[in-house]
Design a protein around this ligand. Structure first.
Ligand SMILES: [Zn+2]
Length: 94
């Protein structure tokens, strides 16, 4: 069998639900609605559930919250707890 020396060219891209920019997946933050209906910030991309992506910048998070972009992307109406989770994350963003 031949060794595979080809560089990996395929970088998975995702779209930020706020600014619609396409970026490599690891430059975005995944937000997940778990099967239990909990909103979580998925740092490692491992959580099950319906996900949406946002840039690692506060502006996109605020925009997403103001325009209910996450609600739409996750097909879910954010609860107080969900909003708290997102707010406590976004205050640490640049
Ligand atoms: Zn963005």
């Amino acid at each position: 069998m031949m060794a595979n020396n080809q560089p990996k060219r395929h970088i998975p891209e995702r779209t930020c639900v706020a600014c619609r920019a396409k970026r490599p997946k690891r430059e975005l933050v995944r937000i997940v609605r778990t099967p239990e209906g909990i909103i979580a910030v998925d740092e490692n991309g491992k959580l099950n559930g319906r996900g949406a992506y946002l840039c690692r910048q506060r502006a996109c998070w605020e925009r997403a919250l103001a325009h209910h972009s996450l609600d739409r992307a996750l097909k879910y109406t954010l609860t107080k707890e969900g909003l708290d989770t997102l707010h406590s994350y976004l205050v640490n963003l640049p």
